[in-house]
Ligand binder design. Structure first.
Ligand code: ACM
Length: 263
C-alpha cells in the first residue's frame, strides 16, 4: 500500500487557492492513501465564530468535499483531510475520509487544543475505522496525539494505519509519533502544515515535520520544518497485524485493564 502526505503552507481564508494547491500536488502522486493537514482548505487561526460561519462547510455536501471527491475519483485514491465542519449552529474541527466513490468517513476532533475551545464543539466519538482496500484505517486529529488513549483505542479497534491530519505548533509530536506507532504496533501518517497564520494581533507558526512511522517504531520519513513536500512510502499493512513484542509478549493481549485505573 502506498501511503503519504502533502505538507504545504495553507493560506488563511484562501479556500480556492488551497484546494488548487492540493489538486496540483496530488496530480503527481502515485498513492493509495494520502493525508492532508488539519484545516487544509481554510487555515487554522479563526478569530470569531463569524469567520467560521463563512468558511466552515457541511459534510458531505460542501465544495471542499466535492473537490476532494473529484481528485480521489480521478486518481483512484483515498484522501484523509482536516476541515472546518458546520452542522446546524455547531462547528467541529473534523477530518473526512474521501475515497474514489466519495466521502466515506467523518471524525470530529475529541481533544480540542487551546483557543479551539472558544469556537468549536468537541466531538463525541467514536474514533472511526474505515476499510480502505481491505486495510483498516483509523483517524485522529493533531492534539489527539497527546492522549495515548486515542491511538490505543484505534489500535484496539483494529487500525493498521492511523491517519493524523495536523496543524502542530508545540514541538513534541514528531518525536512522539514513532512511540505511538511502536506501543500500538501500527503505521502512523501525520500530515502537518508549514508557514504562519497571522490574524490581527494573533500569530501562530506551524512546525512541519510531517512523519510516517512504522509498527517497530521506525521513522519511515520525517519532512522538513519549513518546506512543502509531497511524500509517499510503500508499506506492508500486514506488518501491523503482528502485535508480538517478544515470543511471550503481545502489545494488545498483555494489557491489564483490570489493573489500570483510567476513569
Ligand atoms: C492542534 O491540535 N492543532 C495543535
Amino acid at each position: 500500500m502506498r501511503v503519504g502526505f502533502w505538507q504545504f503552507d495553507v493560506e488563511f481564508g484562501q479556500v480556492e487557492r488551497n484546494l488548487a494547491r492540493v489538486a496540483d500536488a496530488l496530480a503527481e502522486a502515485d498513492a493509495d492513501l494520502i493525508v492532508l493537514p488539519e484545516f487544509f482548505a481554510t487555515g487554522y487561526l479563526f478569530t470569531s465564530r463569524g469567520e467560521l460561519a463563512e468558511l466552515a462547510e457541511p459534510y458531505p455536501g460542501g465544495r471542499t468535499m466535492r473537490t476532494l471527491s473529484q481528485i480521489a475519483a480521478e486518481r483512484e485514491m483515498t484522501i484523509v483531510a482536516g476541515f472546518a465542519e458546520r452542522d446546524g449552529d455547531a462547528f467541529y474541527n473534523s477530518a473526512a475520509v474521501i475515497g474514489p466513490d466519495g466521502p466515506c468517513g467523518l471524525y470530529r476532533k475529541v481533544h480540542l487544543f487551546n483557543d479551539e475551545k472558544l469556537h468549536f464543539s468537541p466531538g463525541g466519538g467514536p474514533l472511526p475505522i474505515i476499510d480502505v482496500a481491505g486495510v483498516k484505517v483509523g483517524v485522529m486529529i493533531c492534539f489527539d496525539w497527546y492522549f495515548p488513549e486515542a491511538a490505543r483505542t484505534l489500535a484496539i479497534k483494529g487500525a493498521q494505519v492511523i491517519c493524523h491530519p495536523s496543524n502542530l505548533v508545540l514541538p513534541w509530536c514528531p518525536d512522539a509519533m514513532p512511540i505511538r506507532a511502536l506501543e500500538n504496533r501500527v503505521f502512523t501518517v501525520t500530515c502537518n502544515r508549514i508557514g504562519v497564520d497571522i490574524r490581527g494581533d494573533k500569530r501562530l507558526s506551524f512546525i512541519g515535520q510531517s512523519i510516517i512511522a512504522g509498527p517497530d517504531g521506525r521513522t519511515i520519513h520525517r519532512a522538513s520544518p519549513d518546506q512543502a513536500e509531497l511524500f509517499v512510502a510503500d508499506i506492508d499493512p500486514a506488518e501491523a497485524l503482528d502485535k508480538a513484542i517478544t515470543r511471550r509478549n503481545d502489545a494488545l493481549a498483555d494489557r491489564r485493564p483490570d489493573v489500570y485505573e483510567l476513569r
